[in-house]
Design a binder for this molecule. Sequence first.
Ligand SMILES: Nc1ncnc2c1ncn2[C@@H]1O[C@H](COP(=O)(O)OP(=O)(O)OP(=O)(O)O)[C@@H](O)[C@H]1O
Length: 480
Amino acid sequence: MTRSQNRAENVWIVDDDRSIRWVLEKALQQEGMEPVAFDSADAALARLQRQHPDVLISDIRMPGTSGLDLLATVRERYPQLPVIIMTAHSDLDSAVASYQGGAFEYLPKPFDVDEAVALVRRALAHTHEQEAQNEETLQTRTPEIIGEAPAMQEVFRAIGRLSHSNITVLINGESGTGKELVAHALHRHSPRARNPFIALNMAAIPKDLMESELFGHEKGAFTGAAVQRRGRFEQADGGTLFLDEIGDMPAETQTRLLRVLADGEFYRVGGHTPIKVDVRIIAATHQNLEGLVQAGKFREDLFHRLNVIRIHIPKLSERREDIPALAQHFLARAAQELAVEPKVLKAQTQDYLRNLPWPGNVRQLENTCRWITVMASSREVLIEDLPPEMLSQHQDSAPDGHWEHGLRTWADQELARGVTNLLDIAVPAFERIMIETALKHTAGRRRDAAQLLGWGRNTLTRKIKELDMNVDGSDDDESE
Ligand SMILES: Nc1ncnc2c1ncn2[C@@H]1O[C@H](COP(=O)(O)OP(=O)(O)OP(=O)(O)O)[C@@H](O)[C@H]1O
């Protein structure tokens, strides 16, 4: 049930012109709605801190914050909330700015009151549709991590097996393969699920801030430490601390981390009181930690503490069968974020994406789907609609032309289905197509067709017989 079926629709009217507010208020009340009028965008913004309407109608030019700025704030906080922008200065610029700002509709003044009410009704219908869709998505419960591929099933099994434990886990996998997602799933399915999950990327923190980031600091511990601050370890107390790119942790921090893991307590930077915490560590890296240990860049004792259970996340190119489902998932998500209709990949586009190299893994696929959602011109996405760099990338990685690409995909799929003696199917099919096409070009004359194909006439005749082809056209050559 949508909430609005149980109560009157709440419509906010924002205009500095009292008569407009009055006319709209009366008209909407008559329709059984519950309008609330504001004489400025600032007044509406203040109220927006506490609640939000089902639809908002706003003038553009008002003293103080403009209607377009109000629109921007609303879009940011409530992307699904429809906003109708009206203005007396009805010009192209205002209209364009409204739509670009994400307005649901643009209403030039003076307007017909019935027209305005009809617009509000349409906006409300739109909201209800979206609510219904959201509910549906929740009910169908999209899986949290997509992965039919055997290597991903292995990951799922590991998450399942670890679901009752608090054991330290080391996740290995290239950048963008979903390490953080897996770490989060480990947390969510652990006895700590109700406590915090804190993620920290070692590669993203400046070296000299790392200790205070992890362990916090006391007031005055160093220049700039104006107040006392709790570190990530304290924030994660009772829960899980995910240390991404652990291979980038500086040597001295490694030493401190090792001590915390051994003693279960630490000191804030500049502090003298030991702080006890109960934190589960999940670490991740795209690097070869054993290699770093051998090169003397990672402490061996810390490595052994972290390397209790290891989960390897495969590259996207090692689980190509998951690409269509992942793409569909990301297209749906991007469409929802941008409040547009989801794009659909044509079968050949899916095949094409399956065969790309994907050095950026799942994250690259996710970004590609966002790009498609914004840039593809029609609902159905063709190969040509893909980002230009994907089109050239494919040529770099496999020098296939269009048909060779199709053939490769077909062979892949047949072999995946367990078909054998593939050439017995492919070669006759290939020859049949070549013969039919050549004959079409010579209006059925076999001698000329043989020449186009680079065969002798007799070969062509024999092939036609062998392939049991039913070709039209005169056997002109024979009669000559
Ligand atoms: N199997 C999956 N199913 C659904 N979404 C996925 C999957 N794998 C990754 N993603 C999504 O792809 C994006 C990248 O994943 P994530 O941040 O977990 O990768 P990562 O390996 O931690 O990357 P990095 O090492 O660069 O931080 C995220 O938005 C994540 O939600």
